[in-house]
Every structure is written in structure tokens, then in C-alpha cells.
Design a protein around this ligand. Structure first.
Ligand code: SF4
Length: 370
């Protein structure tokens, strides 16, 4: 079985008003701070840099989260690191990375696992309801990573070892381990095989592949952007990797950000409920949204990583607390524009050259200016 990201059906034929808040996922970026007391890293390609640094007071973020959850929205905080102390203590931790079947997920760089307090952190994480810990593996499998600021391979390995150590000592309270490797244009089948073998050796439950997206637009990173042919080739590699894993406890997982070019090659390996569901066509802007602070205002965006287009605003009502005022015109226009956008329109498909098979430039322009 190959796991997938899941945010509900691709039912763009419906009216947006007929979708209930209980069918929408919202990633609430209470802050876009990085480093220091969060993930302790500054990956040079991180999308958190896309807007000016802000921080909504945690008490206010909790109030907004509880009010919106009370109206049915599936919302949680999505900080740079879910294991940061202030988030763990907030009581409104999110589960932003919804890999199918893994339960409540904490996203972390793993840096907190290198502190002497790592056991207390895991105690708190378990108490907060997390049942899976997701990290980017970067170079842990022995493959080179050309980006500055990312966790060192040895640090990722040390974090994995400590989580496995916790699992051995706490058999009744284990965390499922999820490791993401970011796939680039220069990766070969042999690289992916290394990642799979490393994951198997390290008791990883879900080995997730996501696609490199050039969120910071660095010209020197263009070489790592996946072509359509590479995405098709990638999907073609997965059945072989899946077969190599045999009866291993590790299963493969694919992020929605690869889009759908060649996805039919893995369709039969998906859990039956996800077959034919247009996996690879990102639901952002329909059933998945982000809340960020932009120009001192709390706004709702479609793409949860590029943070555009603005599709609503969060406002305080009188007695009914915080709510969302949706911009139905922008939502309707994005629905139309989907015909000209690649599966991951805000990330992998963004800013590609004309005729490359990714986004139509006009539709992309709409995303910028609404
Ligand atoms: S469109 Fe945005 S939210 Fe969807 S997969 Fe791409 S980067 Fe992520």
C-alpha cells in the first residue's frame, strides 16, 4: 500500500457554499518565525520566508483556533516545529501533515531531540495527542542535499535513534515515525533505493516523498525543479521500490505536490478508498486553506505554502467569536483557473517556462492578483 495526502474529494463541480466547514482543513500559521526556539534551522528554500516575519500572540491564536473549530473547521496550529514548547503547551496543536492513516502528526526538524530534555518533550507530545512524528530526512540516507541551512544528516539520525529508543522503552505509547525525503530533478532510482533501505533499517513507518518546489525563486535552484518527464519517471519507480520493501514495516507515502503526471502507475497500489480520487490534484483553495498574517491582517489563503491567493479574511464577530468571511468571487475564479494549473499549482507548477506542461501563465497571474 502506498499512502497519500488526503484533504477530501476533488468535487469542484459542487458549489463552495455546499461544502461544510467540517470538510475543510485549515493550517493556521500563528507565526512564521524560524530558527531559535522553533525548528532551530533556516533552510534556504523554506517557504516560511515568503512574507514578513510576524507572530500572533499565542493566547489570541488559541482563541481564534477554538472559535473556528467550534464552527466546525478542522484547524490546528502549524508552526515551524510542532515540538516547540509554546505550541505543545497551547492545547490547540495542529495536525497539518495529513498523511493517510498515521494519526495525529507532529512536524519537527528533530532539533528538540538533541536537547537533554528530549524525553520530557516526547512525554508532552504524547500527552498533547500526537501519535506520529514527521521529519525531513535531508541527507540521512547518505544522499547529498545541496541546500544551505538544513539539519545535518547526523542530527536527523540522532533524532531518529532517540524516537526509536523511546518506542522501545514505551511499547504502549509509541510514535509512528514518518520521514520525508524531498525529490529533485537530479535524483536517480539509486538515490531513492538508498532512502528506502535507510528507512527500513530505521523502523520508519511512512517513508514520504515530496517534490522540490522553488518557493524562494532562487535561480541556482532551478536545476532542481522536476520536469514533467521526471515526475512520470518518479511515479514509475514507486512500484519497484514498493516491491523491494516486501513485508517491511515501512510503507511508501507520496505527497500531493508531485501533481498527477504519470500517477496512474501507482493507482493500483493506493488504498482502495483513494483510487480514482484524482490524488495529485491539490485541494488547496477548495478544501484546504492557510491562515497567515499579511499586512497586519489575518487572511485565508488558497495555497498553504506559497500563501496565495487571498480567499477570505478572519474577523471577530460580536458575540459569536472569530469567523471567516470568504471571498466567493476569488474562490469561483480559482475553480475556473484549475483547468490551466498543474496539480501542485502553487509549488512545483509555479513559474515554469511556457509549454513545459505546468501552469498557464495567465492563470498564475490571477493567483498573484486575485
Ligand atoms: S498547490 Fe500549494 S498547497 Fe497544494 S501541494 Fe502545491 S504547494 Fe502544497
Amino acid at each position: 500500500m502506498i499512502r497519500v495526502d488526503w484533504h477530501g474529494p476533488a468535487d469542484w463541480d459542487k458549489s463552495f457554499e455546499s461544502i461544510s466547514p467540517t470538510e475543510m482543513d485549515i493550517y493556521f500559521y500563528q507565526s512564521n518565525r524560524r530558527g531559535r526556539d522553533t525548528c532551530r534551522h533556516k533552510c534556504e528554500h523554506c517557504f516560511f520566508q515568503r512574507v514578513r516575519v510576524y507572530e500572533i500572540p499565542m493566547s489570541l491564536a488559541c482563541e481564534i483556533t477554538k472559535d473556528l473549530a467550534g464552527k466546525g473547521y478542522r484547524i490546528g496550529l502549524t508552526p515551524a516545529d510542532s515540538l516547540a514548547q509554546d505550541v505543545l503547551s497551547s492545547g490547540v496543536d495542529g495536525s497539518a501533515y495529513r498523511i493517510s492513516g498515521l494519526g495525529h502528526m507532529a512536524w519537527t526538524s528533530g532539533a528538540k531531540m538533541s536537547a537533554p530534555t528530549w524525553k520530557q518533550t516526547l512525554e508532552m507530545a504524547y500527552g498533547a495527542g500526537y501519535r506520529a512524528i514527521i521529519m525531513n530526512g535531508h541527507g540521512a540516507a547518505g544522499t547529498l542535499v545541496p541546500f544551505r541551512g538544513v539539519s545535518r544528516a547526523s542530527a536527523v539520525q540522532a533524532a531518529v535513534d532517540r524516537i526509536n529508543c523511546w518506542n522501545e522503552s514505551n511499547p504502549g505509547r509509541p510514535f509512528a515515525l514518518g520521514i520525508t525525503f524531498t525529490i529533485r530533478q537530479d535524483h536517480t532510482f539509486a538515490h531513492l533505493e538508498k532512502m528506502v533501505r535507510w528507512a527500513d533499517r530505521n523502523s520508519v513507518k511512512a517513508l514520504r516523498f515530496n517534490a522540490f518546489a522553488n518557493f524562494t525563486g532562487k535561480p541556482e535552484h532551478r536545476q532542481y525543479e522536476l520536469s514533467i518527464a521526471k515526475i512520470e519517471q518518479f511515479y514509475g519507480w514507486l512500484p519497484r521500490l514498493h516491491q523491494e520493501l516486501g513485508n517491511s514495516q515501512t510503507s511508501l507515502s507520496v505527497s500531493e505536490d508531485f501533481g498527477d503526471a504519470g500517477i496512474q502507475q501507482i493507482e493500483s497500489l493506493l488504498p482502495p478508498e483513494y483510487r480514482g480520487q484524482q490524488i495529485g490534484r491539490c485541494r488547496a483553495g477548495w478544501r484546504l486553506f492557510a491562515i497567515i498574517q499579511l499586512n497586519d491582517e489575518l487572511v485565508v489563503t488558497g495555497c498553504v505554502d506559497r500563501w496565495l491567493p487571498v480567499m477570505g479574511r478572519v474577523y471577530r464577530t460580536g458575540s459569536a467569536g472569530w469567523d471567516i468571511e470568504w471571498d466567493l468571487a476569488v474562490i469561483a475564479r480559482l475553480r475556473q483557473a484549475r483547468r490551466f494549473l498543474y496539480g501542485c499549482w502553487g509549488g512545483v507548477g509555479w513559474g515554469r517556462e511556457i509549454g513545459s506542461g505546468f501552469n498557464d501563465p495567465e492563470a498564475e497571474n490571477f493567483l498573484l492578483y486575485g
